[in-house]
Design a protein. Structure first.
Length: 126
């Protein structure tokens, strides 16, 4: 009986420690926005800029890369304005709906954030 009490106490302390660690390492909204900006920048550079027609000695590709870099503050603001956070103390769920204009595609992202990391579990073009 005493062995069961010791195991129960150790398990309780371990669970409490895990809960405290999760609460302390739950990424903030600002950390999520920085993560989302980095992911979106990489995606645009790899999937949009790199596929630009190779006319004018890669002029379009260079201009695209430059536009991505100079536009990052506006993109970060757009991410901040279109993101909804559900904070569950130990982890957070983020839902972002990016839409620039009616003639460009919009995107929906859902992510979970815990232990100082953000994991995208849903990304779809709408």
């Amino acid at each position: 009986m005493k062995g069961l009490q010791v195991i129960t106490t150790i398990a309780g302390v371990a669970l409490a420690g895990l809960g405290v660690a999760m609460a302390l390492t739950n990424p903030t909204q600002e950390e999520y926005e920085e993560f989302a900006l980095q992911q979106l920048t990489v995606y645009i550079k790899d999937n949009v800029c790199e596929k630009a027609p190779e006319n004018f000695e890669n002029f379009l590709k260079r201009q695209c890369m430059l536009l991505v870099e100079t536009g990052s503050p506006q993109v970060k603001r757009l991410i901040a304005e279109t993101t909804e956070r559900q904070n569950f103390i130990f982890f957070s769920i983020y839902r972002t709906d990016l839409s620039v204009s009616s003639f460009l595609p919009s995107y929906h992202f859902e992510s979970v954030a815990a232990f100082d990391n953000v994991y995208i579990y849903q990304a779809e073009k709408q």
